[in-house]
Design a protein around this ligand. Structure first.
Ligand SMILES: Nc1ncnc2c1ncn2[C@@H]1O[C@H](COP(=O)(O)OP(=O)(O)OP(=O)(O)O)[C@@H](O)[C@H]1O
Length: 364
């Protein structure tokens, strides 16, 4: 039942706006794949989704489902179903009849539609809830009914617009597991809007990262974290380490010294910012030497922030920190995460070990 989806230079400028809400966005989603559209507020995520659904009319560009342009097709003729942040259920109908509603309206007998709906209620783990009024459901259960209703339409593409963002963390995580179970059983093509990169990392095979209507990177989640194509991507994915410098013959030179490009990476000559994920940086005792494949940097702990079971350390380079009181150094810093039990106090000297394989260089 799943289809491929492709966007070709999709652009949407709302009447009276001085810039495009969505600006020449292109990406494709394979049948059965789950793509997360990620980006800060106002970056155009919902407009992309609504355009795919046919709820917004693009200014230009094409939307192709299994290679066929859907322009001019009404939303209900596109073979898609959408789940919104709010479940939008019919309050006067039972759970079962909410799920069976579309099929009944399309002319299926009530008995058949209900039998079918029962299967989808089982799929969303609400077997036995059919006769309840929807007004008696919790928020998480309502959203399960909305999912069952969307799936009962057997969409070729399932569109999810921040469907779990109103739920508390535990319920969200249940819904992530449910979505994975649904994907394993019926493999719909899924496009999901979220502003939460953790959620994108959990549910999606690939992520399309947007900022101000532009597609910054479309890639597997891990590469957005470890191989951002720009400083914007690094920052939006929560990257904390930025070391301005220059690349000469594939070697980046900055305040931490020389770092050669890892195997398989090509760094263009010229000015560039070395970025590396803070999770990859290890902290060893002062004076430790670098194991093979690591760069060792003498540092002093400048700040320490509690992060539950972990602590985040801001590490000033010792060269600059030598004569300055702790916490007062302006120059480039490293960030590292350590278990909260590591007794690394502000002012303490240490060695930051940066794996060369985790380093990448982007334009400044
Ligand atoms: N119907 C509309 N009329 C005019 N401008 C709109 C309309 N819908 C969205 N916009 C504008 O288009 C831009 C993108 O909005 P959109 O809702 O797609 O972003 P978003 O990334 O989904 O944001 P959020 O995460 O806050 O929902 C914003 O500047 C928004 O103000």
């Amino acid at each position: 039942m799943s289809a491929s989806l492709a966007l070709d230079a999709l652009t949407k400028t709302f009447d009276g706006a001085d810039h495009a809400a969505v600006d020449a966005v292109s990406f494709s989603v394979a049948p059965g794949e789950c793509l997360a559209i990620l980006g800060p507020s106002g970056s155009g995520k919902s407009t992309v989704l609504r355009s795919i659904a046919g709820l917004d009319v693009p200014s230009s560009g094409r939307i192709l489902v299994d290679g066929a342009d859907v322009a001019g097709l009404a939303p209900e003729r596109r073979g898609m179903a959408m789940v919104f942040q709010r479940p939008l259920l019919f309050p006067h109908l039972s759970v079962l009849d909410n799920v069976a509603f579309a099929a009944t309206v399309a002319g299926q007998s009530k008995r058949e539609a209900r039998a079918d709906a029962t299967q989808f209620l089982e799929l969303v783990q609400l077997a036995g809830f059919g006769s309840r009024p929807v007004t008696a459901l919790s928020g998480g259960q309502e959203q399960r009914v909305a999912l069952a209703r969307a799936l009962a339409a057997r969409p070729r593409v399932l569109l999810l617009d921040e469907p779990f963002s109103a739920l508390d963390p535990e319920l969200r995580s249940d819904m992530h597991a449910l979505l994975a179970a649904i994907r394993a059983q019926v493999a719909p093509t899924v496009v999901m809007v979220t502003h939460d990169r953790d959620e994108a990392a959990i549910v999606a095979d690939r992520v399309a990262l947007l900022k101000r209507g532009r597609l910054l990177q479309h890639d597997v989640v891990e590469r957005l974290y470890t191989r951002p194509v720009s400083l914007d991507v690094s920052r939006l994915m929560g990257g904390r380490i930025e070391l301005a410098g220059v690349v000469r013959d594939g070697v980046h030179e900055s305040a931490i010294g020389r770092v050669a490009a890892p195997a398989g990476e090509t760094w263009a000559d010229g000015a560039g910012v070395l970025v590396v994920r803070q999770e990859a940086v290890q902290v060893a005792a002062a004076g430790a030497s670098a194991p093979e494949g690591f760069v060792a940097v003498d540092v002093v702990v400048a700040e320490r922030r509690a992060r539950g079971p972990r602590a985040e350390l801001a590490l000033a380079l010792t060269d600059q920190a030598a004569d300055a009181p702790a916490g007062s150094v302006d120059g480039p810093r490293l960030t590292a995460e350590v278990p909260a039990s590591r007794p690394l106090a502000i002012g303490e000297r240490a060695t930051a070990l940066i794996p060369r394989s985790a380093c990448t260089v982007v334009a400044g």
